[in-house]
Design a protein around this ligand. Structure first.
Ligand SMILES: [Zn+2]
Ligand SMILES: [Zn+2]
Length: 533
């Protein structure tokens, strides 16, 4: 009844393109591939899907849509209203007026039946204005309902121009299948506001020490966030300072002006009193930098440039009156720049490991398909005990068809079972368990035997043996490595004997890792005020 064909999973520079099959319907989820021959090769007459849903306007999700529309003009393509407005940015060699209006806007939070028995509902996903999580609900002839949630790129925290995904809207949804991005793997990052402050401080330091700052950045999303940050952060408001914006970025800013109704209340309010971006009066001034016109370097300025801009037009190498700040992408090595005064900074716009697992535990799906991110980061997620104990996890490569069988109750992942016969030798001081050599042929053996230390416990009349990994060893003996301020199982009131003892937690009774997390977390070290009273 449910399948996912992973045309392209976004492991590296490739974008996202997935085909979900629900009952008789085929739904193409994003089309971020440059070459759409994957979708046309088999049979040029055959339309590759019944409908197409695009989560957001970033090229790794949208760049193939125009070619797809040209190949199959009848194929309906849908997205949120803001996304439809931003989509033309993907085909910058055409004038916006030359690109046909092929994408149909759908409203937030209104289930719409797009095919017989199949409804689609849009939820804001944070990350970028217009970014959407799609909920697909299919009612089969036997009245059984099937639900699939595809998050696209997703962020739970608020950014300057887009609010985070409202977790409350999705709590307890229990989709059969969750297709979710895992760009940041299990890594944890400080709160977005903290990262913003850190960056603002660095820029402020540079300016006050007489240096100009160049920020080469992706033109859609991060550039506008930086601009809003610089316009509204107390380090810069009222300051006699010019912020220049390169033309490629400026064009995206112009498009953003059409999205005002989508922005958070604080931004709408700001826009009532002054222009959102272009402002030559209120300090700091924001100015369009015309091509070929270099800002005069009489006093320090800030330049928001396109990612691939030629920096040598502004700054000579060894010139120490400039600082170049490059954004980092977790899971990817930052590009090396030959300029001496290049530094990197991080402004997150995807969920970190904590956010991802938090969302998953709130949704409680049967199957999880992880896409988007480096394969090792995705593997970190599928290796998380708190996830694979509880859900069926998939992390397909390109071209893989994932079958998603749905049971009425949770189906424990089936492992091919092999029995081994061993021997017990009871000595005076210890017991030796001998097992046949063939057990080491199993691919799981190296993980089991990682440290050579096992943990054994009774389970009824049976004895269960489990290998201890380096990581677990570290956490068991080195609790000091985890700060008591971190919200994690190891710091939770209900963490007993490496298990969760909180009956209200989804992880209740399960073995949890020290660094795991669930929304029912209660700090062992910092009791909440109600408990103190
Ligand atoms: Zn994105
Ligand atoms: Zn993406």
């Amino acid at each position: 009844m449910l399948q996912c064909l992973a045309y392209s999973v976004g492991h590296g520079d490739d974008g996202i393109c997935l085909l979900a099959r629900i009952g008789p319907h085929r739904i193409l989820l994003d089309c971020g591939i440059t070459d759409i021959s994957l979708l046309t090769n088999e049979n040029k007459q055959l339309v590759p899907a019944d409908i197409v849903l695009c989560t957001h306007a970033h090229s790794d999700h949208a760049q193939g849509l125009l070619a797809l529309h040209q190949a199959f003009p009848q194929l309906p393509i849908y997205a949120s209203e803001a996304t439809t407005k931003l989509l033309p940015l993907n085909w910058s060699k055409f004038a916006v007026s030359e690109i046909p209006d092929f994408c149909q806007p759908l409203p937030w939070h209104s289930p719409i039946e797009l095919c017989s028995g199949l409804t689609v509902e849009l939820f804001p996903a944070g990350h970028l204005p217009g970014a959407t999580a799609f909920l697909l609900t299919y009612i089969a002839e036997d009245n059984r309902t099937y639900k699939l949630l595809y998050t696209g790129d997703l962020f739970l925290s608020n950014s300057r121009l887009v609010e985070g995904l409202p977790l409350g809207d999705l709590r307890g949804l229990k989709p059969d299948v969750l297709i979710i991005e895992g760009s940041y793997g299990t890594a944890r990052y400080p709160h977005r506001r903290q990262l913003e402050n850190h960056l603002a401080e660095r820029i402020y330091q540079a300016i006050t020490s007489g240096k100009s700052v160049i920020l080469p950045t992706p033109a859609l999303g991060l550039a506008q966030e930086l601009l809003m940050l610089l316009r509204s952060h107390h380090y810069f408001t009222g300051r006699d300072l010019d912020i220049w914006v390169e033309e490629q970025v400026a064009q995206v800013c112009d498009l953003y002006l059409q999205l005002l109704s989508e922005f958070p209340p604080a931004v709408k309010n700001f826009a009532q009193h002054q222009p959102l971006f272009w402002d030559e009066k209120v300090r700091p001034r924001v100015l369009r930098q015309l091509p070929g016109k270099i800002p005069s370097g009489e006093k320090p300025y800030i330049l928001i440039a396109a990612q691939d801009t030629d920096l040598s037009q502004y700054v000579m190498n060894q010139d120490n009156s400039f600082v170049v700040l490059i954004p980092e992408t977790p899971g990817k090595i930052s590009q090396e720049l030959n300029f001496v005064h290049t530094e990197t900074y991080l402004l997150t716009d995807h969920c970190d490991g904590l956010g991802t697992t938090q969302l998953i535990h709130n949704l409680r799906p049967q199957h999880i398909v992880f896409v988007h991110g480096s394969p090792s980061y995705l593997a970190d997620l599928t290796n998380l005990e708190e996830l694979h104990n509880r859900y069926q996890l998939h992390s397909p490569g390109n071209g893989v068809l994932v079958e998603l069988p749905i049971g009425d109750t949770f189906i424990v992942p089936t492992l091919t079972e092999t029995n081994y016969e061993g021997e017990l030798t009871e000595l005076d001081t210890e017991v030796i368990v001998s097992l046949p050599q063939s057990i080491t042929n199993d691919s799981r053996w190296p993980i089991f035997a990682d440290t050579g230390i096992v943990e054994v416990r009774w389970q009824g009349e049976e004895l269960v043996m489990r290998g201890i990994s380096q990581r677990q060893l570290l956490y068991q003996t080195g609790d000091r490595f985890i700060s008591p301020e971190l919200d994690c199982c190891g710091n939770c009131l209900y963490y007993r004997g490496q298990r969760c003892s909180n009956p209200t937690s989804a992880l209740y009774g399960f073995r949890v890792t020290f660094d795991g997390y669930c929304p029912m977390f209660k700090s062992l070290h910092f009791p909440s005020t109600e408990e103190i009273e």
